[in-house]
Design a binder for this molecule. Structure first.
Ligand SMILES: NC(=O)c1ccc[n+]([C@@H]2O[C@H](COP(=O)([O-])OP(=O)(O)OC[C@H]3O[C@@H](n4cnc5c(N)ncnc54)[C@H](O)[C@@H]3O)[C@@H](O)[C@H]2O)c1
Length: 255
């Protein structure tokens, strides 16, 4: 079940956290993993940990020409492309009146335009390969109002909408497109945030953030990666256009 044997998979932002865990899951399932990132030392570290089926590419997903060049090169080398995970992204904290135009544009560039550029470059190769699976990283903020996340929410709402649009437009090409909407995932970003803003109450704030998810904890990158792996697999052939919560019940439960 869930084999990705012989599939060619691109993971953007594969050098760290959710992207890194996804690269490992894909490799364990037999995929050839091509990770795209601007963090070269970590991208090389992940590729080398994966071994022969891993390869790192230095590419900024906000630069359209570089994206097209890199994805064309990967697909041509293997004469196919099966999976694209649009994972590279960034966060922003602030209400509307604490968000500058520059902040908003920067969220749009890294979280929205990058998905457009990478998907645009991947589509012709997936069509030629007879189909494919695209997985976008959205967020709980695409459906739930989370305080202090104005620009980030706007960008991830766009990711969920783009997912549906891509899914419906390429049905006949055998290309599926789904998004994953995690609530809080425990990554170094969370620890750094608590250290910076709550130096004297880190444990208390960590518990508070954990309790936002009714399951009482944050997700792990590996749990998100497992869902991405399922979405990429042929066992998931009947699911497209969906936004799947990875949220410990935060979307639906009020204990
Ligand atoms: N961590 C969470 O709690 C959480 C929750 C919901 C959604 N998400 C989403 O999941 C995705 C991954 O999150 P994460 O916490 O693992 O992020 P992260 O910041 O730990 O890693 C992001 C990766 O993307 C790379 N990257 C950033 N800008 C890039 C660019 N211009 N070109 C190429 N690579 C670039 C970074 O170098 C890094 O390796 C993001 O889209 C994020 O919005 C995360």
């Amino acid at each position: 079940m869930f084999s990705l044997q012989s599939k060619i998979a691109i993971v953007t932002g594969g050098a760290k956290e959710i992207g890194e865990a996804t690269c490992h899951s894909f490799a364990q399932q037999g995929a050839m993993v091509r990770l795209i990132d601007i963090d070269i030392p970590n991208a090389l570290r992940v590729a080398s940990a994966i071994g022969a089926c891993g390869q790192a590419h230095n590419c900024d997903v906000t630069a359209p020409d570089a994206v097209t060049h890199t994805i064309d090169e990967i697909a041509r080398n293997h004469d196919r492309l099966d999976i694209l995970v649009n994972n590279a992204g960034a966060g922003h904290i602030g209400k509307l009146d604490a968000t500058t135009e520059k902040d908003l544009d920067s969220m749009y560039t890294i979280n929205v335009r990058s998905v457009y550029f990478c998907t645009r470059a991947a589509l012709p190769h997936m069509k030629k390969s007879g189909g494919g699976s695209i997985i976008n990283l959205s967020s709980i903020v695409s459906t739930v109002g989370i305080p202090d996340r104005f620009a980030y929410s706007a960008s991830k709402g766009a990711v969920a909408a783009m997912t549906r649009s891509i899914a419906v437009d390429y049905l006949e090409d055998g290309i599926r497109c789904n998004s994953v909407a995690p609530a809080r995932v425990h990554t170094p970003f969370v620890d750094a945030y608590l250290e910076k803003y709550y130096p004297d109450a880190q444990n208390e704030m960590f518990s508070q953030l954990s309790r936002v998810q009714p399951l009482g904890r944050m997700a792990t990158p590996e749990e998100v990666a497992a869902l991405i792996c399922y979405l990429a697999s042929d066992e998931n052939a009947f699911l497209t256009g969906a936004s799947l919560p990875m949220d410990g019940g935060a979307f639906t439960l009020q204990p």
